[in-house]
Design a protein around this ligand. Structure first.
Ligand code: DGT
Ligand code: MG
Ligand code: MG
Length: 333
């Protein structure tokens, strides 16, 4: 493509190729560019005008972009939740009440987020949602809310779509899944713990209800309306009893992933052997999981300490003290 303002006049190159060019250097000017001065001047004036406008007259619009810093010295929890997943799960024939493959896919997307953002120390997932806890002193993107929220929600979503075929190979996606996101700030470690307890209690309540509900429908032959009516005002022990006496299901024997949700926790490890260790997630996944070992630099530039971390997947209780007592770093700094 010719440059603007440059008009080319052509002459054919000398026959004989390079040999002739070397022997007759003065005759090798075969392409002559004649500059059209008027065209160039017009281009330059247009350019000057655009630059001056960008620098002054229109630049004021930036002032409408308001700063959105998240309060310092607070714990940041980012929760994403699938948009209209009642529909997406039905349209893609998710197993009821829990689809192991879909839940593993959620775990994979959450792990991708944690591999990319090292300031996330803990994540908890259930159903179509995931909550991420940042270390208290994180300075990620200068704690700009929209930047953090949009980047992580978008990374989670793209990983979910990207990895879908690995977990549901025979179920093509019919449309684009999306996730909403929010960031909540908590002022104290106690409230952060209560937040995660709230989500895990929600996992338990929903899973117990859904397990009995779908047993009544799929095994008991009730309509969904009848099943809701059967369960109306029942307490937890009644639901356990229905499951056990009518369907021979001991609730506590159900997979821990369904009862406890998924806990992804960043753990410091010593030495390379540990850092390369395969964790539970890698073993149960149908496809290779991205490497989890990470090096985090801490301390002054002069004396840098390399801390290796892995992201572990657990399905354990996080309401009691044991989990937190064993990992005091999660709520430190
Ligand atoms: P939203 O979040 O307001 O856009 O609406 P939904 O429809 O996403 O509702 P939500 O987030 O309260 O509930 C999650 C839905 O996703 C719920 O209808 C059950 C469905 N879901 C999530 N995981 C599974 C699964 O493993 N199996 C099945 N069958 N459904 C699931
Ligand atoms: Mg949802
Ligand atoms: Mg949800």
């Amino acid at each position: 493509m010719p440059l603007p303002g440059v008009v080319r006049t052509h002459r054919t190159p000398p026959r004989g190729g390079l040999a002739q060019i070397r022997s007759q250097p003065l005759k090798i000017i075969t392409y002559v560019a004649r500059l059209d001065k008027r065209a160039i001047q017009a281009d330059l004036e247009g350019l000057r005008l655009a630059i001056s406008m960008a620098g002054s007259r229109f630049a004021y619009v930036r002032n409408f972009e308001l700063p959105d810093p998240l309060l310092p010295e607070t714990y940041m929890v980012l929760r994403i939740d699938g948009h209209a997943f009642h529909r997406l799960s039905a349209d893609h024939d998710f197993a009821k009440p829990n689809d192991e493959r879909a839940l593993q896919l959620m775990d994979h997307a959450a792990r991708d987020v944690m591999n990319e953002f090292k300031d996330i120390v803990l994540a908890f997932g259930e159903s179509d949602e995931y909550s991420f806890l940042f270390r208290k002193s994180t300075a990620l993107y200068n704690r700009r809310e929209a930047k953090i929220l949009s980047t992580i929600t978008s990374l989670f979503t793209s990983s979910y779509v990207f990895n879908w075929p690995k977990y549901l190979p025979n179920t093509p996606l019919k449309y684009c899944p999306s996730f909403d996101g929010r960031i909540i700030l908590y002022p104290s470690p106690t409230i952060v713990r209560d937040y995660f307890s709230w989500r895990q209690a929600d996992t338990h309540i929903n899973n117990l209800y859904n397990t009995v509900f779908w047993a009544l429908v799929l095994q008991g032959g009730q309509t969904t309306t009848e099943a809701h009516a059967t369960l109306r005002s029942t307490v937890s022990s009644t639901k356990h009893e229905i499951l056990f006496s009518q369907y021979g299901i001991n609730y506590n024997d159900l997979p821990a992933r369904y009862r406890k949700g998924s806990v992804l926790v960043r753990t410091e490890v010593n030495g390379e052997a540990d850092a390369n260790a395969t964790d539970a997630q890698s073993l149960e996944s149908p496809s290779p999981i991205p490497p989890t070992a990470t090096e985090v630099s801490q301390g002054s530039k002069k004396k840098k300490e390399r801390i290796r971390t892995i992201v572990e997947l657990l399905h354990c209780d996080i309401i009691g003290d044991d989990f937190w007592n064993a990992r005091q770093n999660l709520l430190a700094d």
